[in-house]
Design a protein. Sequence first.
Length: 290
Amino acid sequence: MIKRFPLGSAWMIIAAFLFAMMSILVKNASTHLHMNEYELAFWRSLLPALVIFGTTLARKKTLKTPFFWGHMQRSMAGTMALLLAFYGLGHLPLATSVTLNYTSVVFIALLSIFWLKDKPSLKTWVALLMGLAGICLMLKPAFASDRLLETLITLSGGIFTAFALLQVRELSLMGEPAWRIVFYFSAVATIVSGIAATWFGWSHLTSESLPYIIGIGVAGLLAQLAMTHAYHVGQKFTVAALSYLTVVFSAIYGVIFAGERIGWLEILGITAVILAGIVSSVPERKVAKR
């Protein structure tokens, strides 16, 4: 039995910082080097696919699975979510785009109600309404600017993320290990983004772009490992709450180093989405049977 202790949850702080670093690198590569989201997603996915494939061979494990189509559904949804997230990083302020990627908690609640036919608890309703309010607050400034389309496109990534996470839950319940789920996602994302990048055009590898490419891949891989370890040894609720530090780290960088301005409506919207995610992570209180 795995011993869980609060200190282990601190691994999520490291993961959140690394996820923020990856987002910052993607943002800078997109805006300064004009690299498109497809090639950036390719480099983000290639390293985890190669590392997991190599370690699988070294450990004499197998990538064969009886749930191949389940993996394909999860991987395609995850790939779409990744591409839309990277699109947002290239077209929206850092804090806004990262927060919109975390709206999956809202869409998970909606999918659970209307697709899985789950009966929502009070906690689910609170998180759902709080998250929807946060989205509305973040959309209002977009209506007053020329970024409404970009905001809606990025927001749609939350739907694909929600579907992908529900598929991960199903695969996990069927006994699939996390490393195999991550491998199939990384492999599919590498292939799809590679084809799209070939269609839309690759950027030339230069001494300026290479650090970004390596940094995005390494930061993404290490963040995934740190997050997995945090859930393995830490308190689930604490880890889930700490994951939203990615938004905080990204906002701090955007304001201090990138000169981005965040209005009060965006701040309130970001706060509402973060609180919705934390509320949704609170474990349900079991009613004792008499």
